[in-house]
Write a protein that binds this ligand. Structure first.
Ligand SMILES: Cc1cc2nc3c(=O)[nH]c(=O)nc-3n(C[C@H](O)[C@H](O)[C@H](O)COP(=O)(O)OP(=O)(O)OC[C@H]3O[C@@H](n4cnc5c(N)ncnc54)[C@H](O)[C@@H]3O)c2cc1C
Length: 462
C-alpha cells in the first residue's frame, strides 16, 4: 500500500534522511524473524534526532503508522510493519557516544548491534551482560524495546536491569530524556521502566545509556548430559543455593533438541541425551579449583555425570544460539517463550508435553533453565487454528503455574490477544492510558502489545 502522492511529497520535503519506497528494496523491512509479513509503504533512515521529530510530526499529520526498527530479529512480529506503515530504520545509528569507565556507563545509538558493543568494550574491561542468542544481529534499541535477555541473565538480569537512560521522541513529537546516571533514585514510580519493553509503541529511542559490569577474568562453559526426565524442582534450587561457584548461566536442551543441535552443529555437542549447559565465572588462578567445586556442587545437587569443559563460554553460547534454527530445520515453526518459578518447572515440562501429545504435535524444549524460562517448540503451521489452540493452552498453563506469558521475546502481534492473561483488565487499561498520553493518535507500532480495540489504530493489520 503506497503513500498518497501528497503525503509522500511532504515526507520528502520535511525529512532529511534517506527514504526508500521501491517495493523490492522494501521487502527487507517487511518481516522480522516471526512468520508474519507486513506491507510497508516506505522506510526512512533518519539523519538525527530532529529528523525523528519531523517524521513523527509528519506521521501525526498524515495519520501514517510508524514502526521503529533495529535488527529486525523479533520473534513475535514486534517489528512487522502494518499495511501502509513507514519503517523508521535505526540500523545506521551505531555510534558509541561515550564510554565512562569511572561510572561504568556507555551511551550509544539505538542501532548498535549487541555483539559490536561487546567487542568495543573489551579494551575497557567492561561488558553489557544481556547476551541474547541473536546478539550478532539484534541492536541495543531492539534489546531495550523488548527487554531482551540471554543465558547470562541468570546472574545479571535482563536488559531492564542495565538501562540507565533513554532519549525518546514520543508519539506526540515531544522529546523526553528519562533515567539517571546515578546508581539510585527514589523519585516516584519508575518512568524509565515504562519505556523498556515498550516495543516502539510509546516513542522512538534516539539514544540509550547502559550501565556495565566488569569483565570476569575467565568464563568457562560446561556441558552436562542429564536424563531426559530429570526433576528440576529440588535440583535447581540446591545448585543455586550458594553464591560460589558463580554460575552465570544454566541452560537446558531436551534430548530431541540436543540431537537436532548436534546434527546442525556437526557433532560439536553431544546429541544422545538431554543437556544442561552452564557458564562458570572464575579467574585464571582459581579456575582449576572452581571447576572441581562446580563438579562437586552439580553432583551434590543431583546432577549426575561428568561435565565436559568448553574453555571459552562464548563458543558454547554461539552453538546454543543455533538451537532454534536446528529444530526449525526439523519442522518446528512455533517457538514459545514462557517462564515459571523454579519449583514449577517440572509441571511446566510435563504439561507442555501433555499439550503436544493431546494435539498429536511433536514438541521440543529448550531454554534458560536457571531463569525458569523455556522455549517450547511445536511442529505446527503457525497460521493454523491448532497453533492458536496450542498457544492458548500453553499460556494458560503457564499462568496457572504462576509464570509469565513472555519472559524475554516480548508480546508483539502474536501475544497481544493474551496480554490480559498477564495483567488483567485493570492492568491493561493502565498501560493503555499511558500509551494514550504518549501516542494519542495511535501512530506508533499499531497492533503490537495492546489487545483488542482501544486507543490503537490498525490492530491486527499484519
Ligand atoms: C536466532 C534468534 C535468537 C534469539 N535469541 C533471543 C534470546 O536469547 N533472548 C531474547 O531476549 N531474544 C532473542 N531473540 C529475539 C530478538 O532477537 C530480540 O527480541 C531482540 O531484542 C530484537 O532486537 P532487534 O534489534 O532485532 O529489534 P527489532 O526486531 O528491529 O525490533 C524489536 C522491537 O523494538 C522496537 N524498536 C527497535 N528499535 C527501536 C527504537 N530505536 N526505538 C523504539 N523502538 C524500537 C521495534 O519497533 C520492535 O517493536 C532471538 C531471535 C532470533 C532470530
Amino acid at each position: 500500500m503506497p503513500l498518497s502522492p501528497s503525503s509522500a511529497a511532504a515526507l520528502r520535503d520535511e525529512v532529511a534522511g534517506t527514504i526508500t519506497d521501491d517495493p523490492e528494496a522494501l521487502t527487507r523491512f517487511a518481516s522480522d524473524a516471526s512468520h508474519l509479513v507486513g506491507t510497508p509503504a516506505a522506510a526512512v533512515a533518519p539523519r538525527d534526532r530532529e529528523d525523528v521529530e519531523r517524521i513523527v510530526q509528519w506521521a501525526r499529520r498524515w495519520k501514517v503508522p510508524l514502526v521503529g526498527r533495529g535488527g529486525g530479529s523479533s520473534l513475535d512480529g514486534e517489528s512487522v510493519p502494518p499495511p501502509g506503515g513507514v519503517v523508521v530504520d535505526f540500523s545506521g545509528w551505531t555510534r558509541i557516544l561515550e564510554v565512562d569507565e569511572a561510572d561504568r556507563l556507555v551511551r550509544v545509538g539505538p542501532g548498535l548491534v549487541n555483539r559490536e558493543l561487546h567487542r568495543a568494550l573489551l579494551p575497557h574491561g567492561l561488558f553489557f551482560p544481556p547476551n541474547p542468542g541473536s546478539w550478532a544481529m539484534s541492536t541495543i534499541g531492539g534489546n531495550t524495546a523488548t527487554n531482551a535477555s540471554g543465558p547470562r541473565s541468570l546472574r545479571y538480569g535482563s536488559t531492564r536491569a542495565w538501562v540507565r537512560g533513554i532519549e525518546v521522541v514520543l508519539g506526540t513529537g515531544e522529546f523526553l530524556r528519562v533515567g539517571h546516571r546515578t546508581r539510585k533514585a527514589s523519585t516516584g514510580p519508575d518512568l524509565l521502566g515504562f519505556f523498556v519493553g515498550s516495543e516502539g509503541t510509546l516513542g522512538l529511542f534516539t539514544e540509550i545509556t547502559l550501565s556495565l559490569a566488569p569483565t570476569p577474568e575467565r568464563r568457562v562453559g560446561l556441558v552436562l548430559p542429564v536424563p531426559d526426565d530429570l526433576s528440576f524442582r529440588t535440583t535447581l534450587p540446591r545448585l543455586l543455593a550458594s553464591p560460589a561457584p558463580a554460575f552465570a548461566a544454566i541452560e537446558y536442551l531436551d534430548r530431541s533438541t540436543a540431537a537436532a543441535l548436534s546434527r546442525f552443529a556437526s557433532g560439536r555437542l553431544p546429541g544422545d541425551s538431554a543437556l544442561v549447559l552452564l557458564e562458570l565465572e572464575t579467574t585464571v588462578a582459581d579456575e582449576e579449583r572452581d571447576l572441581e567445586r562446580a563438579a562437586e556442587r552439580l553432583a551434590g545437587s543431583g546432577f549426575s555425570g561428568d561435565p565436559v569443559v568448553f574453555p571459552d563460554a562464548d563458543q558454547l553460547w554461539t552453538l546454543r544460539g543455533q538451537s532454534g534454527d536446528a529444530i526449525e530445520q526439523e519442522g518446528v515453526r512455533i517457538h514459545e517463550d514462557i517462564a515459571v518459578p523454579w519449583s514449577r518447572l517440572d509441571e511446566l515440562i510435563e504439561g507442555t508435553k501433555a499439550i503436544g501429545a493431546r494435539h498429536e504435535v511433536p514438541t521440543r524444549l529448550f531454554g534458560h533453565l536457571g531463569d525458569g524460562n523455556l522455549h517450547p517448540g511445536f511442529v505446527l503451521d503457525p497460521a493454523s487454528e491448532r497453533a492458536t489452540t496450542v498457544r492458548r493452552e500453553l499460556l494458560e498453563l503457564t499462568k496457572r503455574l504462576g509464570g509469565t506469558i513472555s519472559a524475554e521475546h516480548g508480546v508483539g502481534l502474536v501475544k497481544a490477544p493474551y496480554l490480559v492473561l498477564e495483567h488483567g483488565d485493570v492492568g491493561v487499561s493502565l498501560l493503555e492510558a499511558f500509551k494514550r498520553r504518549c501516542d494519542p493518535d495511535g501512530i506508533l507500532n499499531p497492533g503490537k502489545l495492546y489487545p483488542g480495540p482501544g486507543p490503537v489504530a490498525g490492530r491486527g493489520s499484519s
